[in-house]
Design a protein around this ligand. Structure first.
Ligand code: FAD
Length: 397
């Protein structure tokens, strides 16, 4: 039997987050996009509200909302501004998860607690100029050196790279295999000698989030900077990405819902051939298709979040099959979610006609913002590889 309902607390959470995002974020969204500016004032207010540590347990300074609560937050952000969804995704889903799932108690105290309270922002540095989809081919190295390691290499596409105080970086401590053995995760602090920022990318969408080159030029870190043990970094990265893909799916759900809302509103107001265009079957069919896909997305997002919650945050307790199933479903949710959002914003823009194509329209920004979700946190081609290979290996379960 499948039974699913939001708790009273989760319903109240949604109401509170929606009010917050409508009042604090929506009025600034156009400016954030136009200026390509990190929304510092909103992020500060979100930190005070506990949103920067939403899925982190209270004992580590978080709001303890669990995966479902976190997805509610991401869905509501996705309705308003994908830049903020990206900032939070890199900070909470990727950065904080690496520490929550694999960090020592000392690392949690030192790095996770201030991140959950929003006092420090995290950037997750896996990708490199020569290693995107093939993340196991990274060239950054970490060589044992006295009481620790020396990290050398360049990272690319680091979301929050400009604002971060804490960097989770992946480097080879031994020749890496196709399955990522030999890669180790480290936590590095801003201000360490040899850490510097390069170019900031000028992007077509999610322009409020920074995307940076980060250089590690002989950065010496102590031994206790290793997260999850030497050679276990690929697992740290893949677990964080599983969590990230579910919350990204929630963000795409919010964008899809907003695209429908805008399409319905506009189609009721726009009169052509003597009646509102909403009365044309061609428009109704578009809205029906957007609605069907979005409803399915709602199910897969929250079902997968619920499974992730049940699995817990101690990877040593996971059964192999449960873990593989979660990876499969997180990939499905990310892939289906991002394509649903792209479909919905495209159809909604079409329903807006020429009005949707001008800079002052919300749907124009949403159209540009949505595109990235098919690329980052693993492209959709890679998600289909994960899903296809796993179904072939383990069958349809
Ligand atoms: C705005 C932005 C923010 C990002 N934030 C972060 C971040 O915070 N941290 C981080 O580490 N990374 C981040 N990334 C990097 C992102 O995860 C990568 O861009 C992504 O994984 C794809 O890598 P790539 O761009 O090198 O593309 P490539 O790997 O070069 O792929 C190019 C094309 O080839 C396809 N392809 C590649 N291999 C295969 C295959 N085996 N089979 C079929 N098709 C294949 C891909 O799907 C894609 O269509 C970010 C990227 C962007 C653009």
């Amino acid at each position: 039997m499948i039974e699913f309902e939001f708790t009273d607390e989760q319903i109240l959470l949604r109401k509170a987050v929606r009010e917050f995002m409508e009042e604090e974020l929506r009025p600034l969204s156009a400016e954030i996009d136009r200026e390509g500016k990190f929304p510092e004032s909103v992020i500060r207010k979100m930190a005070i509200a506990g949103y920067l540590g939403a899925p982190v347990p209270e004992k580590y300074g978080g709001a303890g909302l669990g995966k479902i609560g976190y997805c509610i937050l991401m869905e509501e952000i996705g309705r308003v501004d994908a830049s903020v969804g990206t900032i939070l995704g890199a900070h909470s889903s990727l950065g904080s998860s690496a520490l929550l799932y694999y960090g020592t108690e000392e690392q949690k105290e030192r790095y996770l607690v201030p991140a959950a309270k929003g006092e420090k922002i995290i950037s997750f540095n896996l990708s490199e100029p020569g290693a995107g989809s093939d993340a196991s081919s990274i060239q950054t190295t970490a060589v044992r050196d006295g009481d620790g390691y020396t990290i050398s290499g360049s990272k690319m596409w680091a979301t929050n790279g400009k604002e971060a105080s804490t960097y989770i970086v992946f480097a080879k401590t031994a020749p890496a295999s196709e399955h990522g053995e030999g890669i180790t995760a480290f936590v590095v602090e801003r201000g360490m000698k040899g850490l510097s920022l390069g170019r900031e990318e000028e992007k077509m969408g999610i322009r409020g989030s920074s995307t940076m080159q980060v250089f590690y030029d002989g950065v010496h870190v102590p031994e206790d900077s290793v997260i999850g043990g030497e050679g276990k970094g690929f697992q740290v990265a893949m677990t964080s990405l599983d969590v990230g893909r579910i919350s990204l799916s929630a963000c795409s759900l919010g964008a899809s819902e907003r695209a429908i809302e805008l399409a319905v509103d506009y189609s009721k107001k726009r009169v052509q051939f003597g009646r509102p265009i909403s009365e044309q079957q061609a428009i109704q069919f578009k809205i029906a298709e957007m609605g069907m896909r979005t409803q399915l997305l709602r199910y897969i997002t929250y079902m997968t979040a619920w499974k992730a919650e049940k699995l817990g945050t101690d990877p040593s307790k996971w059964k192999k099959e449960e873990r593989r199933q979660l990876t499969r479903e997180a990939a499905m949710a990310k892939c289906f979610g991002s394509e649903t959002a792209s479909f919905c914003v495209d159809e909604s823009l079409q329903i807006h006609g020429g009005v949707g194509f001008v800079k002052s329209s919300e749907i124009e920004r949403m159209y540009r913002d949505a595109r990235i979700s098919e690329i980052y946190e693993g492209t959709n081609e890679i998600q289909r590889m994960i899903v296809g290979r796993d179904i072939i290996r383990r069958g349809w379960v």
